[in-house]
Design a protein around this ligand. Structure first.
Ligand code: NIG
Ligand code: FE
Length: 404
């Protein structure tokens, strides 16, 4: 006899479990929830003996795992719509960055913002993500680039989780850009990030993973290697913005350090991808940035498939390259621009995204023992999640078994 807090029934399930039906689908399903976790999930016909304090009937709606946005820069000050206009006028992202705009202009605005300001503006963007079925969000620092401002961003990110009702995983992205005050001495900034800011943030419990931007306009593989060594010594997992605008050996570097994920990877080569496969590194694909930068070289999807690399999809929500605050929009873009199948994309927004955050034991599939983080959809087929662009498909969400 299962004593449950809640029975969810009269629904179709996309469990996203591997190896069986497409989408791990169960046509007439049920879920028992106890203490915020899935106590049982399967076909209604197989429901074990149970008592449920509450019964939710979903009139045949589809239930998926709550979506996981595993790569965002949700916390930042101001916006960069002016640079968007410049790019529409012909300027490139690199030109703007080298002229002192780009990430550095968000750094200026983020330093000026209070922690409360940062939380308030991030919560607005979070509302867009939640309306698209998201229950877990990764949030990076990287627009502070001094000790106090990086800590301010990471504290704001933790508060976004607590006040916004989502699970949040934080990443310290100190090596995102060289801040203006270190332009003449980048080595000193790397020292500061590695030896002082990361340990301080970690000591406050603000860091779930360590990220970096490996690119000619950002940081070299040697500089990132120094940071990753430090992360390793602190017992923190790493991930990397790799090979987005050029092939700089980022995918191979991520593999060398057993990273959770290598993200973007438009320009990764086959050797890098083979190394990722061997090391179990997830490829996080970011079609919002690809769209907004009018990129023309998509990530090497066939090579990733061929090597069996897990592919996640995320919004990369940020003020520069991807002002995208809808997970469903990112999913549609991944299908249309990268030719992923809707099933690959939904796995990328659930099971593989959980792996990219090192959280696969808790979230990402509908499975007994995992958190009851669910999204309920007004659709007839799971592929509709990728098919509609901008339609309000979400009926409701559960987080830790609670509707909200
Ligand atoms: O993921 N590539 C580096 N970071 C962001 C862009 C940040 C920005 O332009 O503000 C990205 O695309
Ligand atoms: Fe990013």
């Amino acid at each position: 006899m299962i004593r449950a807090d809640r029975l969810i029934t009269d629904c179709r399930l996309a469990t996203m479990l591997e190896g069986g039906e497409a989408y791990g689908a169960v046509e007439d399903g049920a879920i028992l929830i106890r203490d915020g976790d899935i106590a049982w999930v399967g076909a209604r016909a197989d429901l074990p003996a149970h008592e449920a304090a509450q019964v939710d009937r979903l009139d045949g709606r589809w239930v998926t795992p709550g979506l996981i946005d595993c790569h965002t820069h949700l916390v930042f000050g101001g916006d960069r719509s002016g640079e968007f206009e410049q790019r529409l006028g012909g300027a490139t992202y690199e030109e703007i960055a080298r002229a002192g705009g780009g990430i550095v202009s968000s750094v200026r605005m983020t330093r000026e913002a209070s922690e409360d300001d940062l939380v308030a503006s991030a919560l607005k963007r979070l509302a867009g993500l939640k309306a698209s079925g998201v229950t877990t969000v990764e949030i990076k620092s990287g627009y502070g680039l001094d000790r106090d401002s990086e800590l301010k961003m990471l504290r704001a990110a933790r508060r976004v989780g607590a006040e916004g009702g989502v699970r949040v995983a934080t990443s310290y992205l100190g090596l995102h850009a060289v801040p203006p005050e270190f332009r003449e001495d980048r080595a000193a900034y790397v020292d500061l990030a590695v030896d002082e800011i990361l340990p301080a943030a970690h000591a406050e419990g603000l860091v779930d993973a360590v990220d970096a931007y490996c690119e000619p306009i950002a940081f070299s593989t040697d500089e990132v290697g120094r940071l990753f060594e430090k992360a390793k010594s602190l017992g923190l997992p790493v991930k990397l913005h790799a090979d987005q605008l050029s092939n700089g050996g980022g995918a191979a570097l991520a593999a060398r350090y057993g990273a959770l994920s290598a993200d973007h990877i438009e320009y990764a080569d086959e050797a890098g991808i083979a190394a990722m496969a061997k090391a179990g590194v997830v490829a996080v694909l970011l079609p919002g940035a690809f769209l907004m930068l009018r990129e023309e070289t998509p990530p090497p999807i066939q090579t990733l498939r061929g090597h069996g690399v897990s592919m996640a999809v995320a919004t990369d929500c940020n003020p520069g390259t991807s002002p995208v605050a809808s997970m469903l929009a990112a999913m549609t873009l991944a299908c249309v621009q990268f030719r992923l199948t809707p099933e690959e994309v939904l796995a990328g927004a659930t099971r593989h995204a959980a792996k990219a955050l090192g959280m696969a034991d808790r979230i990402g599939t509908l499975e007994t023992g995992k958190a009851a983080d669910l999204a309920v959809w007004d659709i007839n087929r799971p592929a509709e999640l990728c098919y509609w662009l901008g339609a309000p498909l979400l009926y409701g969400r559960y987080r830790n078994g609670q509707p909200d």
